[in-house]
Write a protein that binds this ligand. Structure first.
Ligand code: G4P
Length: 284
């Protein structure tokens, strides 16, 4: 997905979000479990104040399970409800409705006391591009979603997907804009593949990934590519090119090919389950 945020886009997205948020009780915010901070936009805290909050740590299948636990505890400590999730394979989906009810129990209790019965909790999904919002809505809403979508002439206005007696979901997710102010954030977004207009070229991205892995996941490169991790970063990339036979047409070593291979294996999880941010080093 190609995207570039300009002030105009941002203002439009923000305005839309402000409108939609008025209609709901609960904000379901998706983050990428590999970069739980860099895949958030903290503006959602202001936009979603006075709303119940659930954070879904999505793509948990690609993230380091220990780090996901630590980040979940971190967010819980800040008052959010949290579920870790693989929306693509629907792992973790079962507990979501329970968590929604738990997060909104105050409202449910208030309704009950006022004698209001069967008023469902209304929720909307938000997140930066590519975190898995559509995948999640499809996985969670399943048939209910397809049903509304297939009715001709009902696309105008807000569509609510009735998930159960208890929960209704706004069918279009809110798009948050990534925050690029910090270079490290941009780098991490590029590494997970959220920014296809790279802010760095692929060779530089690979070097940065090697730097990180050497430090935080020692042994992973040695094991997969039979490289000597004690060498300089460009030499390690060179060794990957040699060992994986990344050769250009002219018969020379092709570093960019090796860089692309490394990034691709990281993004697809073939390198292992890796989280790029740690609670200890990166929490704000
Ligand atoms: P968005 O609406 O937030 O922009 O994200 P979307 O659902 O389009 O998902 C972006 C990509 O992330 C998709 O891959 C999707 O399959 C993948 N994805 C979503 N949730 C998960 C998850 O929990 N685990 C993993 N591993 N991947 C997930 P894609 O390559 O763009 O499309 P496709 O190859 O799946 O068709």
């Amino acid at each position: 997905m190609n995207f570039q945020w300009y002030p105009g886009h941002m203002t439009k997205a923000k305005r839309q979000m402000q409108e939609d948020i008025k209609l709901i009780d609960l904000v379901i915010e998706l983050v990428d479990a590999r970069i739980p901070l860099s895949s958030r936009n903290p503006d959602i805290d202001e936009l979603g104040k006075n709303k119940y909050r659930l954070i879904l740590m999505n793509k948990a299948d690609l993230a380091d399970p220990k780090a996901t636990e630590e980040w979940s505890a971190f967010f819980r400590g800040k008052g959010y409800y949290v579920v870790s999730l693989d929306a693509r394979r629907k792992v973790g989906m079962k507990s979501i409705t329970d968590k929604i009810m738990e997060a909104c129990r105050e409202k449910i209790e208030r309704d009950r006391k006022r004698g209001i019965k069967n008023r469902p909790v209304r929720a909307m999904v938000v997140g930066i591009p590519n975190v898995g919002k559509s995948t999640f809505i499809n996985s969670y809403a399943g048939k209910a979603c397809a049903k509304t979508g297939n009715k001709p002439g009902v696309t105008k206005g807000k569509q609510w997907i009735r998930l159960s007696k208890e929960v209704e979901l706004l069918d279009t997710p809110g798009i948050l804009w990534p925050k690029f102010e910090d270079q490290a954030v941009g780098l991490r977004l590029a590494l997970i593949g959220s920014i296809k207009d790279e802010i760095l070229n692929i060779d530089e991205l690979a070097i940065e990934l090697i730097r990180f892995l050497k430090m935080s996941y020692a042994g992973i490169l040695a094991e997969r590519y039979a490289v000597d991790e004690s060498r300089e970063l460009p030499d390690i990339l060179c060794e990957i090119a040699e060992n994986r036979k990344c050769i250009s047409k002219g018969g020379e070593l092709d570093y960019s090919k090796a860089a692309a291979l490394l990034i691709d294996e990281f993004r697809s999880g073939r390198l292992g389950r890796i989280t790029l941010e740690s609670v200890k080093n990166d929490k704000q």
